[in-house]
Design a protein around this ligand. Sequence first.
Ligand code: SF4
Length: 303
Amino acid sequence: MTLIDEIIRLKKEKKAIILAHNYQRPEIQDIADYVGDSIELSRKAMDEKEAEIIVFSAVDFMAESAAILNPEKKVLLPTLGARCPMAQMLTVDEIKRWKVLYPLVPVVLYVNTLASAKAYCDICCTSANAVEVVNSLDAETVLFGPDHNLAEYVRRKTGKTIIPIPEKGFCPTHLLFQPEDVQALKTKCPDAVVMVHPECSVDMQSIADFIGSTSQMCRYARESNAKKFIVATEEGIMHRLRKENPEKQFMLAYEDAVCPNMKLNTLERIYVALKEEKYVVTVPEAIAKRASKALERMFELKK
Ligand code: SF4
């Protein structure tokens, strides 16, 4: 039996599903039940009523959200140390400090935060719905964290006063993209469409033809008449883009744009996670209760 056969057998035996983020290794995406962005995957977990175990192949904050939204299921993170550095940049103490300075201003947190931080916000957002979430608030000033590039994107789109918390939170992987690399690719392929994730720098955003989340990029590439795309987000997305659009050409804007944390998960670790049912992700009840309110408030907007 191959490793993949073993994973499939264990999945069936334990009524488990595998959810893989768009940035996971290709071989993990290929055996996953669903591939998507963090919130799409958490919603999938909620829809899968029969599943008892969820193997969430991604990083800590995503698995935490799945655990908060699916308290009756066992959520497993295949790699204990798979942490998102950006999520670690916003601590509860930092949020409290800003709340003292701006007591009447709502706090909007990107889902790329730890559950403990989410417990102190009014509403969560994703990179796909951040503009809609901020526009839904009856407030002209908003505390927004932890990504200051996404905060700047939201400021431009909404015209509201967006105060980034912390002042310079960032994703180290998306910061690797630089406009000159895109210009070099454009010289070779002038007709290529440039898709940029809003976690990229403002300079990168300013040269984009399309700015969006990973799932929005997938939809855009599918529906666009263009044949060539320059992509500025983590390299894992390239597998899905090429698989879904075999007739189109995709170029990564910077070939070393790899999130080392996302790549900690491997097929072997998924196998061990399923076999030994580890590492179980738990969120203290009081934190989960408050964080789930902020997540559900975001979901309410979609209805
Ligand atoms: S790509 Fe950036 S935001 Fe996403 S998990 Fe990696 S470090 Fe965190």
